[in-house]
Design a protein around this ligand. Structure first.
Ligand code: TYM
Length: 335
């Protein structure tokens, strides 16, 4: 019998929280891959606004950040004609499926999540149930769209593993409903570190503004932040465990320029940290400048943004609903 050849593309799903300014870490760890995967795969990307309220948000600010995060997705070059770009809270199946999954997830396995431990220590006055069960909602985000790959930074790896565990368990109990997704984590740039403390992840919630670069920072700000980046004492541009600050900068520079760390070391052989930091700052600023320019264009037209996300919401909902009803039926609900 002739082999049936399908040219159906493999599927990709990922989301980003609208909790403040997006950083160079978000860009190198995830968003750059989102863009790169767009041609080869059938991609679905969302603004994970429901996740953002696991920590206290000011309503007006949250609203502005949802628009701004969506505008950044478009500014990156994500094309609503090729990919599905939507807002998580607009597709009710996310919270609905998350209930079905919650009832098939153990308290013990959630208790092991390192991000919950970190965040509950950081927000000790608001250790809410949503913060605890957040990975179940994330599993629902993923599993609804039956993706093959989920492009994320290294900090999301544990959440992806739990999403896979939940899916495997559900399929074993009720029959095949969910595809088991693979994490897609870049080899370099999966964990961009703070410019002020290279032992810590670069994070938009860091109060020290010099610790992180925002995707929307202007060139002068970016260069200033790199000039102030904490470096080490060996006074040479060399990747090593003893030099976490310089190693972080080498990684950033190498992901942006496409040069290997060895090539970067060679390029700066015999030159000081000052030259190197300036070169990294310029490379980052040049990479981000077109995104900022496009962002300014998109954010100025809210009506157009709304038109685009409504279409994305509808496309996403069609897919999500199918999986959700299948799961409901398998569990024994009457539809
Ligand atoms: P979030 O919003 O914190 O981050 C978005 C993406 O950026 C990556 N990232 C980093 N990568 C490298 N270095 C860093 N310093 C850095 N900081 C952040 C994250 O790994 C992530 O890929 N729970 C998710 C959002 C989410 C999601 C999902 C992701 C909700 N539902 C479903 C994938 C699939 C989060 O908080 O990412």
């Amino acid at each position: 019998m002739a082999e049936i050849i399908t040219n159906e593309k493999k599927k990709v799903l990922s989301c980003i929280q609208p909790s403040g300014m997006l950083t160079l870490g978000n860009y190198l760890g995830a968003l750059k891959n989102w863009k790169n995967m767009q041609e080869e795969f059938d991609c679905t990307y969302a603004v994970a606004d429901l996740h953002a309220i696991t920590v206290r948000q000011e309503p007006a600010k949250l609203r502005a950040q949802i628009y701004s995060t969506y505008a950044i997705m478009l500014a990156l070059g994500l094309d609503p004609e090729k990919s599905t770009l939507f807002i998580q809270s607009h597709v009710a199946e996310h919270t609905a499926l998350s209930w079905l999954l919650s009832c098939n997830t153990q308290f013990g396995e959630m208790s092991r999540m390192t991000q919950f431990k970190d965040k509950s220590a950081k927000h000790a006055n608001n250790v809410n149930v949503g913060l605890f069960s957040y990975p179940v909602l994330m599993a629902a985000d993923i599993l609804l769209y039956q993706p093959d790959f989920v492009p994320v930074g290294a900090d999301q790896k544990q959440h992806l593993e739990i999403a896979r565990d939940i899916a495997i368990r559900f399929n074993n109990l009720y029959g095949d409903v969910f595809k088991i997704p693979e994490p897609y984590i870049p080899k370099a740039g999966a964990r961009v570190m703070s410019l002020q403390d290279p032992e810590k992840k670069m994070s938009k919630s860091d109060e020290n503004q010099n610790a992180w670069v925002a995707i929307l920072d202007d060139k002068d700000t970016i260069i200033r932040k790199f000039k102030r980046a904490v470096t080490d004492s060996e006074a040479c541009v060399r990747m090593s465990e003893a030099q976490p600050g310089i190693s972080n900068l080498i990684t950033i520079y190498s992901v942006i320029t496409g040069k290997t760390p060895a090539e970067v070391e060679k390029e700066f052989e015999g030159r000081g940290y000052g030259d190197f930091k300036l070169a990294v700052g310029e490379a980052v600023a040049d990479e981000l400048a077109p995104i900022k320019a496009e962002y300014d264009r998109f954010i100025g037209d809210k009506a157009e943004l709304e038109r685009i996300f409504r279409e994305g919401d509808m496309k996403a909902e069609r897919v999500a609903r199918k999986t959700y009803f299948k799961a409901m039926k398998k569990v024994g609900f009457v539809l």
